[in-house]
Ligand binder design. Structure first.
Ligand code: ZN
Length: 137
């Protein structure tokens, strides 16, 4: 289960990142609001607060969107789990995407060729990069 553990680590890191970004966003918002509220006193500090707050909000929003986009990309990249169905009698093979409830040696509908019962003979994750290795689930 190398693929799954890797994606779990990635999710943990990005949820920590998300927290940092959200805290930055909140602090920047506070600085921005506070800066705007004291702006009529025309002090330089108020302008600095507004500037820092605005930059903080802009940056954290940008990073937030970037992280979310990367996360959704990660989800698509996860290789599909393939189920191989085989007829023990005549050897007809069928390959389809894994469906809920699939398990090894599960008996399925009749074979198209000989009408005998078909059986799931393999369930694996299809890895497209590297050496097309069949990783057992
Ligand atoms: Zn058959």
């Amino acid at each position: 289960m190398t693929v799954t553990s890797q994606s779990t680590t990635a999710t943990r890191i990005s949820s920590f990142m998300l927290m940092v970004i959200l805290v930055t966003l909140a602090l920047s918002l506070v600085a921005l609001i506070f800066g705007v509220s004291v702006l009529d006193q025309n002090s330089e500090a108020a302008w600095v607060l507004v500037l820092v707050g605005f930059l903080g909000v802009a940056t954290s929003t940008y990073v937030l969107f970037q992280t979310r986009r990367r996360l959704s990309k990660l989800k698509i990249v996860v290789p599909p789990v393939i189920t191989t169905i085989e007829c023990k009698k005549c050897g007809v093979k069928d390959v389809r995407e894994f469906q809920r409830g699939d398990y090894m040696f599960k008996e399925l509908g009749p074979c198209q060729k000989c009408n005998d019962k078909m059986m799931i003979t393999a369930i694996y994750r299809e890895v497209k990069d590297k050496e097309k290795a069949k990783v057992p689930v």
